[in-house]
Design a protein around this ligand. Sequence first.
Ligand code: ADP
Ligand code: MG
Length: 256
Amino acid sequence: MAEFILTAEGISKKYGAFSALSNVSLKLRSGELRAVIGPNGAGKSTLTNVLGGQILPTTGKVVLDGHTVTGMAPHRLAGMGIGRTFQINSTFRQMTVRENMLVACVAAAGAGYSLRRGKLRALDTRVFELLHEVGLSGISESIVEGISHGDRKRLELGMVLATAPRLLLLDEPTAGMGLSERQDLFRLIVDVVKRRGLTLMFVEHDIDIVFNLAERITVMARGSVLAEGSPDEISADPRVQEIYLGESVVAEGATC
Ligand code: ADP
Ligand code: MG
């Protein structure tokens, strides 16, 4: 396995005169859990979208497994192992949990897939394995519209796993969830990532989750990488405390 599954070099993204990203470089080691944090507007989503192929960078290069993939379409990147979750409307709300997973498995099998009886049976097995993996086998016949927000996120994760990704890019997967639901979902994500030997890059606002789970943290501010390091290095970095965590944290530290 290559040391780095993905490298991004000198990525910039301009919207007119405004730079959403300026000269961002990043290396993801195969199998690592990487968090990307930073204040609103720092460029976290833009970077995730550049890596997932949703946004074409103005300058810079993205390399996946030694292949330059800059500007490649998301479905081609998915075919090369990049899984991107939690986009709006990624589930069909009027269909059951099982039917959603079936659609994802058929799509993952490719356009030329022939639905002969033997293959359908294999597909059913696959659907139930994936539902089991994300903890949804008990509600497989429920209509998606009626299931909880957390279960919908589990389903979205399972649907991405149907594409057999090696790198997962998750942009605020727990947005809009309560604390215990957030922790449950992240526990599942980490379990899946570790069991399958995947690489994970996630954007997350909940700082407790970030510092508990991430092996390395990239801190972004105003379109640039401000710092990168282990959770200990990042929490000890005064620039991070000042720019990311805000004055209150620095002030609290000063009074101790
Ligand atoms: P984050 O995810 O860290 O909150 P984003 O990557 O969404 O930040 O946005 C970075 C900056 O780029 C923000 O100032 C945002 O307003 C700007 N931006 C994002 N998308 C566009 C766009 N399509 N056109 C103009 N500006 C954009
Ligand atoms: Mg964002």
